[in-house]
Write a protein that binds this ligand. Structure first.
Ligand code: TRH
Length: 379
């Protein structure tokens, strides 16, 4: 954190909060809640207790977490194991339910007895139009509590996107001054001559081999970096020699900060879920999103809403729809070369540039809470 942030943050009255995270599957739930907890702590003077039901998943993105210790401090945040057998705990001033998870009954009962409780349901990210009309609404209950729906989003009248203070400047400095090759080499990554570097993060049903085939059809060389915990390519060495047009290597799953640097260092980023997707937007580089698939197909209109903002060539959008469902039929060759590639690069930079002009999610959330609790007037 830079000194400006710290000085500004400690001038703010303290907000004490409980953040709740249920790891439904994968890493997106804890990925988002951990990132948000850190930003609110460092930049907004929040004192946070983060309740997580699976510390093993947490450890994957934050190696400092010890899964066998039920209460621990990490980066000034109190981490508590959220056990099925909830022990009565006095609530803090603010409660945030990550991805609208259900809070423990006893916690809710106690929350209802506190003075001016604030309960936010932090929802899933979507670029769909309806989000602006639902953001900030509350639900009615039989008790005095009025949980408010806080929707992350891409427009001014939503909750915004997570973006730490100074992130874009940090990215720009990295891109302009870092010896990328040296950093990558320190991670054991060696890029074959002139190869475009691809970071690859996708769900297991992604049709990797169709992608490799498509990349082989271009005249370009590609080198893919695949986290070692993804089975897909790591079990196959077929065609993977340094002299091949398309090669790949397994890399360690990184801490969140290093993952940003990886995204900034690559030419094309394959991402999934919600948090890796937003980080790839902030990288300002071409990204290929595998949206989290929903049984009822609800992910397709959600993807369309984002594609409308992204300004990409139609085949790229079409291919993302297929990729989400485990297919890749659309020919991407025109977008991977020459003018098509440059267009993709420009559109990606444009999207990041335009979104960075908006207030970030932690700032909107902090402002909202301070306005509700009356502390905004004292700033
Ligand atoms: O892992 P995800 O695909 O998971 C989630 C869940 O499935 C969830 O139920 C669903 O609601 C949600 O997606 C939309 O999501 P994501 O966002 O890709 O999360 C991965 C996290 O891991 C993210 O914080 C980035 C981080 N990461 C690293 O820290 N290091 C790495 O090397 C990589 C590849 C990722």
């Amino acid at each position: 954190m830079n000194t400006d942030n710290r000085q500004h943050s400690t001038r703010l009255p303290m907000v004490s909060a409980d953040l709740f995270c249920r790891v439904v599957d994968n890493l997106g739930d804890i990925g988002v809640m951990w990132r948000l907890a850190r930003q609110l702590t460092k930049e907004k003077n929040w004192h946070i207790r983060l309740w997580v039901d699976r510390l093993e998943s947490f450890q994957e993105i934050e190696p400092a977490i010890n899964p066998s210790v039920p209460t621990q401090i990490c980066q000034d945040i109190q981490i508590c194991l959220w056990m099925d057998d909830w022990q009565p705990t006095p609530p803090r001033q603010v409660a945030i339910a990550g991805f609208s998870c259900e809070l423990p009954d006893d916690y809710i009962r106690q929350l209802a007895t506190t003075a001016e409780p604030i309960w936010l349901q932090l929802e899933y990210l979507s670029a769909q139009d309806w989000v602006s009309s639902f953001h900030g609404l509350h639900s009615k209950r039989n008790d005095s509590l009025r949980p408010v729906f806080f929707f992350p989003g891409f427009h001014d009248n939503t909750g915004g996107l997570i973006r730490e203070h100074g992130l874009i400047e940090q990215r720009n400095r990295w891109v302009a001054t870092q010896d990328k090759q040296a950093w990558l080499a320190s991670l054991g990554i060696s890029i074959p001559n002139n190869a475009r570097l691809i970071s690859f993060f996708a769900y297991p049903h992604a049709p990797m081999h169709s992608l490799i085939e498509q990349l082989r059809q271009t005249r370009q060389r590609f080198h893919l970096l695949v986290p070692s915990n993804l089975p897909s390519l790591n079990n196959s060495s077929q065609g993977n020699s340094p002299n091949e047009q398309v090669s790949w290597q397994a890399i360690k799953f990184m801490q969140q900060e290093n993952y940003d640097k990886l995204l900034w260092s690559c030419d094309l980023n394959f991402v999934r879920g919600e948090d890796s997707f937003v980080r790839a937007i902030w990288a300002g580089k071409p990204l290929f999103w595998q949206i989290y698939p929903q049984k009822d197909g609800a992910h397709h209109p959600k993807l369309d809403a984002w594609l409308k903002l992204a300004g990409l060539a139609d085949p790229i959008g079409q291919a993302m729809h297929e990729w989400a469902d485990g297919l890749l039929k659309t020919d991407l060759s025109a977008s991977l070369a020459n003018q098509g590639w440059q267009d993709w690069e420009h559109a990606s930079k444009r999207l990041s540039d335009s979104l960075e002009t908006q207030a970030d999610l932690a700032t909107r959330l902090d402002n909202w809470v301070r306005t509700q609790s009356g502390t905004a007037n004292r700033l």
